[in-house]
Design a protein around this ligand. Structure first.
Ligand SMILES: [Zn+2]
Length: 368
Protein backbone atom coordinates (compact mmCIF):
# COMPACT_ATOMS: atom_id res chain seq x y z
CA UNK A 1 0.00 0.00 0.00
CA UNK A 2 1.24 3.48 -0.84
CA UNK A 3 2.50 5.59 2.04
CA UNK A 4 0.44 8.60 3.06
CA UNK A 5 2.15 11.99 2.91
CA UNK A 6 2.23 11.96 6.70
CA UNK A 7 3.93 8.57 6.87
CA UNK A 8 6.45 9.57 4.22
CA UNK A 9 7.44 12.82 5.96
CA UNK A 10 7.64 11.14 9.38
CA UNK A 11 9.86 8.42 7.90
CA UNK A 12 12.06 11.08 6.28
CA UNK A 13 12.40 12.90 9.61
CA UNK A 14 13.77 9.65 11.03
CA UNK A 15 16.10 9.34 7.99
CA UNK A 16 14.52 6.09 6.95
CA UNK A 17 15.29 4.75 3.52
CA UNK A 18 12.48 5.56 1.10
CA UNK A 19 11.64 4.98 -2.56
CA UNK A 20 11.66 8.78 -2.89
CA UNK A 21 11.99 11.68 -0.46
CA UNK A 22 8.87 13.72 0.29
CA UNK A 23 8.52 17.22 -1.14
CA UNK A 24 7.49 19.46 1.74
CA UNK A 25 8.28 23.07 2.63
CA UNK A 26 8.85 23.62 6.37
CA UNK A 27 9.84 27.27 5.86
CA UNK A 28 7.11 29.76 4.87
CA UNK A 29 5.29 28.95 1.65
CA UNK A 30 2.24 31.11 1.04
CA UNK A 31 2.12 32.33 -2.52
CA UNK A 32 -0.35 34.57 -4.29
CA UNK A 33 -1.31 31.53 -6.37
CA UNK A 34 -2.19 29.66 -3.17
CA UNK A 35 -4.23 32.59 -1.87
CA UNK A 36 -6.20 32.76 -5.13
CA UNK A 37 -6.75 29.00 -5.19
CA UNK A 38 -8.03 28.65 -1.62
CA UNK A 39 -9.72 32.04 -1.10
CA UNK A 40 -7.82 32.94 2.09
CA UNK A 41 -5.35 35.80 1.65
CA UNK A 42 -2.89 37.97 3.50
CA UNK A 43 -3.20 40.16 5.47
CA UNK A 44 -6.44 38.70 6.93
CA UNK A 45 -4.96 35.18 7.08
CA UNK A 46 -2.37 36.43 9.58
CA UNK A 47 -4.99 37.15 12.21
CA UNK A 48 -7.93 34.81 11.48
CA UNK A 49 -7.27 31.22 12.61
CA UNK A 50 -9.63 29.63 10.05
CA UNK A 51 -8.16 31.65 7.16
CA UNK A 52 -4.64 30.90 8.38
CA UNK A 53 -5.43 27.17 8.46
CA UNK A 54 -7.06 27.28 5.01
CA UNK A 55 -4.06 29.05 3.46
CA UNK A 56 -1.59 26.83 5.33
CA UNK A 57 -3.31 23.73 3.94
CA UNK A 58 -3.51 25.12 0.38
CA UNK A 59 0.09 24.01 -0.09
CA UNK A 60 -1.13 20.43 0.19
CA UNK A 61 -4.69 20.81 -1.10
CA UNK A 62 -3.83 22.54 -4.36
CA UNK A 63 -0.08 22.31 -4.75
CA UNK A 64 0.86 18.77 -3.93
CA UNK A 65 3.23 19.57 -1.08
CA UNK A 66 3.37 16.80 1.48
CA UNK A 67 2.99 18.78 4.70
CA UNK A 68 0.95 21.75 5.91
CA UNK A 69 2.57 24.77 7.58
CA UNK A 70 1.66 28.00 9.48
CA UNK A 71 2.64 30.90 10.84
CA UNK A 72 3.43 33.03 7.99
CA UNK A 73 6.16 35.39 9.21
CA UNK A 74 8.72 36.10 11.93
CA UNK A 75 7.09 39.16 13.48
CA UNK A 76 4.33 37.51 15.48
CA UNK A 77 6.38 37.01 18.64
CA UNK A 78 7.76 40.58 18.48
CA UNK A 79 4.22 41.86 18.12
CA UNK A 80 3.16 39.92 21.22
CA UNK A 81 5.99 41.68 23.08
CA UNK A 82 4.52 45.01 22.05
CA UNK A 83 6.57 45.97 18.98
CA UNK A 84 4.65 48.12 16.48
CA UNK A 85 3.92 46.20 13.27
CA UNK A 86 2.74 47.15 9.79
CA UNK A 87 0.57 44.19 8.82
CA UNK A 88 1.44 44.43 5.12
CA UNK A 89 -0.81 43.61 2.20
CA UNK A 90 -1.77 40.62 0.09
CA UNK A 91 1.64 40.89 -1.53
CA UNK A 92 3.86 41.91 1.36
CA UNK A 93 4.72 40.37 4.72
CA UNK A 94 4.15 42.13 8.03
CA UNK A 95 7.07 44.39 8.96
CA UNK A 96 8.47 45.58 12.25
CA UNK A 97 8.08 49.33 12.64
CA UNK A 98 10.03 49.70 15.84
CA UNK A 99 11.61 47.91 18.78
CA UNK A 100 10.33 47.24 22.25
CA UNK A 101 13.38 47.98 24.39
CA UNK A 102 16.23 50.49 24.45
CA UNK A 103 19.54 48.87 23.62
CA UNK A 104 22.22 51.12 22.23
CA UNK A 105 25.86 50.01 22.63
CA UNK A 106 27.15 53.24 21.01
CA UNK A 107 25.46 55.42 23.62
CA UNK A 108 25.71 52.82 26.37
CA UNK A 109 21.98 52.99 26.98
CA UNK A 110 20.55 49.62 27.88
CA UNK A 111 17.29 48.30 29.20
CA UNK A 112 17.66 45.18 31.32
CA UNK A 113 15.61 42.05 30.55
CA UNK A 114 13.59 42.33 33.74
CA UNK A 115 10.36 43.86 32.45
CA UNK A 116 9.18 41.02 30.22
CA UNK A 117 5.59 39.94 29.53
CA UNK A 118 3.77 37.36 31.60
CA UNK A 119 4.29 34.04 29.78
CA UNK A 120 0.64 32.91 29.80
CA UNK A 121 -0.40 36.33 28.59
CA UNK A 122 2.22 36.18 25.81
CA UNK A 123 0.81 32.87 24.57
CA UNK A 124 -2.69 34.32 24.50
CA UNK A 125 -1.73 37.45 22.56
CA UNK A 126 -2.36 38.43 18.93
CA UNK A 127 -1.05 36.18 16.22
CA UNK A 128 0.56 33.79 18.70
CA UNK A 129 -2.99 32.89 19.72
CA UNK A 130 -4.12 32.86 16.07
CA UNK A 131 -1.36 30.44 15.06
CA UNK A 132 -2.01 28.14 18.02
CA UNK A 133 -5.70 27.98 17.11
CA UNK A 134 -4.80 27.35 13.46
CA UNK A 135 -2.62 24.38 14.56
CA UNK A 136 -5.69 22.80 16.15
CA UNK A 137 -7.79 23.30 13.02
CA UNK A 138 -5.04 21.96 10.75
CA UNK A 139 -4.48 18.88 12.93
CA UNK A 140 -8.22 18.20 12.80
CA UNK A 141 -8.69 18.65 9.04
CA UNK A 142 -5.32 17.43 7.72
CA UNK A 143 -3.48 15.73 10.59
CA UNK A 144 -4.47 12.24 9.58
CA UNK A 145 -2.84 12.54 6.15
CA UNK A 146 -0.25 15.28 6.63
CA UNK A 147 2.37 16.35 9.11
CA UNK A 148 1.42 19.71 10.66
CA UNK A 149 4.34 22.14 10.90
CA UNK A 150 4.35 25.15 13.21
CA UNK A 151 6.94 27.85 12.55
CA UNK A 152 8.50 30.07 15.18
CA UNK A 153 11.37 32.52 15.56
CA UNK A 154 14.78 31.67 16.97
CA UNK A 155 15.91 33.32 20.21
CA UNK A 156 18.76 35.44 18.79
CA UNK A 157 16.54 36.66 15.94
CA UNK A 158 13.64 37.48 18.26
CA UNK A 159 15.97 39.29 20.67
CA UNK A 160 17.18 41.37 17.72
CA UNK A 161 13.58 42.23 16.83
CA UNK A 162 12.98 43.46 20.36
CA UNK A 163 16.26 45.38 20.77
CA UNK A 164 17.43 46.21 17.22
CA UNK A 165 19.38 43.49 15.42
CA UNK A 166 22.25 45.75 14.39
CA UNK A 167 22.77 46.89 17.97
CA UNK A 168 22.50 43.36 19.32
CA UNK A 169 25.13 42.13 16.85
CA UNK A 170 27.38 45.10 17.67
CA UNK A 171 27.16 44.20 21.34
CA UNK A 172 28.15 40.61 20.56
CA UNK A 173 31.55 42.11 19.70
CA UNK A 174 31.75 44.68 22.49
CA UNK A 175 29.81 43.14 25.38
CA UNK A 176 29.07 39.51 24.56
CA UNK A 177 27.80 38.70 28.07
CA UNK A 178 25.17 41.42 27.84
CA UNK A 179 23.96 40.06 24.49
CA UNK A 180 23.79 36.55 25.94
CA UNK A 181 21.89 37.71 29.00
CA UNK A 182 19.17 39.15 26.78
CA UNK A 183 18.98 36.20 24.41
CA UNK A 184 18.81 33.80 27.36
CA UNK A 185 15.88 35.74 28.83
CA UNK A 186 14.04 35.87 25.50
CA UNK A 187 14.71 32.20 24.71
CA UNK A 188 12.23 31.25 27.43
CA UNK A 189 9.49 32.68 25.19
CA UNK A 190 10.71 30.86 22.08
CA UNK A 191 10.77 27.64 24.09
CA UNK A 192 7.27 28.14 25.52
CA UNK A 193 5.88 29.01 22.10
CA UNK A 194 7.46 25.90 20.57
CA UNK A 195 5.90 23.71 23.26
CA UNK A 196 2.56 25.49 22.82
CA UNK A 197 2.65 24.80 19.05
CA UNK A 198 3.10 21.09 19.77
CA UNK A 199 0.41 21.11 22.45
CA UNK A 200 -1.98 22.84 20.02
CA UNK A 201 -1.56 20.22 17.29
CA UNK A 202 1.79 20.67 15.51
CA UNK A 203 3.85 17.56 14.78
CA UNK A 204 6.96 19.56 13.89
CA UNK A 205 8.35 22.84 15.20
CA UNK A 206 10.43 24.58 12.55
CA UNK A 207 12.47 27.35 14.11
CA UNK A 208 13.91 30.05 11.85
CA UNK A 209 17.00 31.81 13.18
CA UNK A 210 18.02 34.08 10.25
CA UNK A 211 19.91 36.61 12.37
CA UNK A 212 22.37 33.85 13.33
CA UNK A 213 23.29 33.41 9.66
CA UNK A 214 26.99 33.53 8.86
CA UNK A 215 26.27 36.76 6.93
CA UNK A 216 25.53 38.43 10.28
CA UNK A 217 27.13 36.42 13.08
CA UNK A 218 30.63 34.95 12.93
CA UNK A 219 30.47 31.13 12.87
CA UNK A 220 32.60 31.01 16.03
CA UNK A 221 30.01 33.19 17.83
CA UNK A 222 27.10 30.97 16.82
CA UNK A 223 27.28 28.31 19.58
CA UNK A 224 27.49 30.81 22.43
CA UNK A 225 25.22 33.56 21.10
CA UNK A 226 22.51 31.45 19.46
CA UNK A 227 23.17 27.70 19.50
CA UNK A 228 23.12 27.16 23.26
CA UNK A 229 19.76 28.96 23.48
CA UNK A 230 18.29 27.13 20.48
CA UNK A 231 19.33 23.94 22.27
CA UNK A 232 17.42 25.03 25.32
CA UNK A 233 14.36 25.92 23.18
CA UNK A 234 14.23 22.88 20.92
CA UNK A 235 16.47 20.21 22.39
CA UNK A 236 13.98 19.07 25.00
CA UNK A 237 10.69 19.52 23.11
CA UNK A 238 8.50 16.44 22.88
CA UNK A 239 7.99 16.56 19.13
CA UNK A 240 9.97 16.83 15.91
CA UNK A 241 12.24 19.84 15.56
CA UNK A 242 13.90 21.47 12.57
CA UNK A 243 16.28 24.44 12.70
CA UNK A 244 16.46 26.71 9.65
CA UNK A 245 19.28 29.21 9.16
CA UNK A 246 19.61 31.25 5.97
CA UNK A 247 22.67 31.88 3.86
CA UNK A 248 25.87 29.85 3.65
CA UNK A 249 25.41 27.72 6.74
CA UNK A 250 28.24 25.30 5.86
CA UNK A 251 30.56 26.50 8.68
CA UNK A 252 27.83 26.09 11.32
CA UNK A 253 26.08 22.88 10.23
CA UNK A 254 27.83 20.86 12.99
CA UNK A 255 26.82 23.48 15.57
CA UNK A 256 23.23 23.41 14.27
CA UNK A 257 23.12 19.68 15.01
CA UNK A 258 24.72 20.26 18.42
CA UNK A 259 21.41 21.89 19.43
CA UNK A 260 19.79 18.46 19.54
CA UNK A 261 17.29 19.06 16.72
CA UNK A 262 15.95 16.22 14.59
CA UNK A 263 17.00 18.00 11.45
CA UNK A 264 18.20 21.18 9.82
CA UNK A 265 17.03 23.18 6.82
CA UNK A 266 19.66 24.79 4.60
CA UNK A 267 19.76 27.04 1.57
CA UNK A 268 21.19 26.41 -1.88
CA UNK A 269 24.12 28.64 -0.94
CA UNK A 270 25.56 25.45 0.52
CA UNK A 271 26.07 23.02 -2.38
CA UNK A 272 23.82 20.02 -1.77
CA UNK A 273 26.63 17.47 -1.73
CA UNK A 274 28.76 19.57 0.63
CA UNK A 275 25.83 20.03 3.04
CA UNK A 276 25.24 16.29 3.21
CA UNK A 277 28.93 15.58 3.72
CA UNK A 278 29.26 18.06 6.58
CA UNK A 279 26.00 16.87 8.17
CA UNK A 280 27.48 13.37 8.29
CA UNK A 281 24.11 11.67 8.98
CA UNK A 282 23.56 13.49 12.26
CA UNK A 283 19.92 14.17 11.41
CA UNK A 284 17.29 14.86 8.80
CA UNK A 285 18.37 17.20 6.00
CA UNK A 286 15.72 19.52 4.58
CA UNK A 287 16.34 21.59 1.42
CA UNK A 288 17.83 22.94 -0.66
CA UNK A 289 16.12 24.05 -3.89
CA UNK A 290 16.89 27.74 -4.46
CA UNK A 291 14.08 30.20 -3.86
CA UNK A 292 15.08 33.04 -6.22
CA UNK A 293 16.32 30.53 -8.77
CA UNK A 294 14.88 28.17 -9.79
CA UNK A 295 11.65 28.42 -7.79
CA UNK A 296 10.85 32.07 -8.56
CA UNK A 297 12.64 32.67 -11.85
CA UNK A 298 13.32 29.24 -13.29
CA UNK A 299 11.32 26.82 -15.41
CA UNK A 300 9.70 23.62 -14.09
CA UNK A 301 12.64 21.77 -15.67
CA UNK A 302 15.09 23.91 -13.68
CA UNK A 303 13.16 23.12 -10.49
CA UNK A 304 13.11 19.43 -11.24
CA UNK A 305 16.88 19.47 -11.88
CA UNK A 306 17.55 21.23 -8.56
CA UNK A 307 15.23 18.84 -6.72
CA UNK A 308 17.03 15.88 -8.26
CA UNK A 309 20.38 17.30 -7.20
CA UNK A 310 19.16 17.57 -3.59
CA UNK A 311 17.72 14.06 -3.81
CA UNK A 312 20.90 12.59 -5.29
CA UNK A 313 23.04 14.29 -2.65
CA UNK A 314 20.94 12.63 0.06
CA UNK A 315 18.50 15.24 1.36
CA UNK A 316 15.73 13.52 3.31
CA UNK A 317 13.05 16.14 2.60
CA UNK A 318 13.13 18.01 -0.71
CA UNK A 319 12.23 21.57 0.10
CA UNK A 320 12.76 25.20 -0.75
CA UNK A 321 16.06 26.42 0.67
CA UNK A 322 14.33 29.28 2.51
CA UNK A 323 10.92 30.96 2.58
CA UNK A 324 9.23 30.66 -0.82
CA UNK A 325 8.78 34.09 -2.50
CA UNK A 326 5.16 35.12 -2.52
CA UNK A 327 5.09 35.67 -6.28
CA UNK A 328 6.45 32.19 -7.12
CA UNK A 329 4.42 31.09 -10.13
CA UNK A 330 2.50 27.85 -10.41
CA UNK A 331 1.08 27.40 -13.89
CA UNK A 332 -2.68 26.84 -13.96
CA UNK A 333 -2.97 26.70 -10.18
CA UNK A 334 -6.12 28.75 -9.80
CA UNK A 335 -8.14 26.57 -12.14
CA UNK A 336 -6.92 23.28 -10.72
CA UNK A 337 -9.23 21.26 -8.49
CA UNK A 338 -7.99 20.50 -4.99
CA UNK A 339 -5.33 17.82 -4.97
CA UNK A 340 -7.43 15.73 -2.61
CA UNK A 341 -9.92 15.13 -5.41
CA UNK A 342 -7.29 13.57 -7.68
CA UNK A 343 -7.72 9.83 -8.15
CA UNK A 344 -4.03 9.42 -7.43
CA UNK A 345 -1.24 11.73 -6.45
CA UNK A 346 0.51 12.61 -9.66
CA UNK A 347 2.63 15.58 -8.79
CA UNK A 348 4.49 17.00 -5.89
CA UNK A 349 6.11 20.30 -5.23
CA UNK A 350 5.01 23.80 -5.95
CA UNK A 351 6.16 23.72 -9.55
CA UNK A 352 4.52 20.36 -10.10
CA UNK A 353 7.57 18.17 -10.05
CA UNK A 354 6.31 14.86 -11.39
CA UNK A 355 6.81 12.50 -8.49
CA UNK A 356 8.47 9.87 -10.67
CA UNK A 357 11.36 12.27 -11.29
CA UNK A 358 12.26 11.87 -7.64
CA UNK A 359 11.20 8.29 -7.43
CA UNK A 360 14.23 6.12 -7.75
CA UNK A 361 14.73 3.38 -5.17
CA UNK A 362 17.32 3.74 -2.43
CA UNK A 363 17.47 7.48 -2.50
CA UNK A 364 20.14 7.69 0.12
CA UNK A 365 22.56 4.93 -0.54
CA UNK A 366 24.72 5.74 2.43
CA UNK A 367 21.87 5.16 4.85
CA UNK A 368 21.41 1.51 3.97
ZN1 LIG B 1 16.11 31.34 5.26
Amino acid sequence: MAMSCRERVLAALKQENLDRPPVAVFTTCDTIGMMKACGASWPEAHSDPQKMATLACAQADYFGLESVRAGFCLTQEAEAFGCPINMGTEKSSPMLKGHRYNYNPMKKIYDEPDDLPDMDEFLRTGRIKTTLEAMGIMQKTHGEDYVVVGGNTGPFTLTGHLLNTENLVYSVWTEPERAQKWTKAISAYSKAYGQALLDAGADVVQMSEPSASTDILAPTDFPIQSGQFVKDCLGSLKGHTILHICGDSAPIIPYMFDTGVDGISVEEKVPSEKAIEIANHRGCMVGNVGCAFPLFKGTPEDVAAAAKRSRDAGFNVISAGCGVPIGTPVPGAASRPPQTSYPSRRVCGILLIPSDILGIPQINQRLK
